[in-house]
Unconditional design. Structure first.
Length: 93
């Protein structure tokens, strides 16, 4: 069982890393756009390829934050099952 004192900082760290990686992806996208605007489409595409790994890592960090959040919810509500749905969690007591 994980304690909220452990889970919350881990979730915050995930979101901090997500923010940093998305800012890095933004910088790359700006550079690619500048190349494309200047007519260097091939160079823009080459530059933009570096975004793929960052987006993948952001996705995994988000998955981790969501998983940690669901563990925290389940641990704080014994016997509660949480199913993540598109519109939000559905609870079954």
């Amino acid at each position: 069982m994980m304690k909220p004192e452990t889970i919350e900082p881990a979730i915050q760290a995930c979101f901090c890393e997500i923010y940093i990686k998305l800012k890095d992806a933004e910088k790359i996208a700006r550079a690619a756009r500048a190349c494309a605007d200047a007519g260097s489409i091939a160079e823009a595409i080459q530059i933009s390829m570096d975004i793929e790994q960052l987006v993948y890592e952001v996705g995994r960090l988000h998955d981790a934050a969501c998983l940690l959040g669901s563990v925290g919810i389940q641990d704080s509500h014994r016997g509660l099952v949480v199913i993540q749905a598109w519109d939000g969690p559905i609870r079954f007591d």
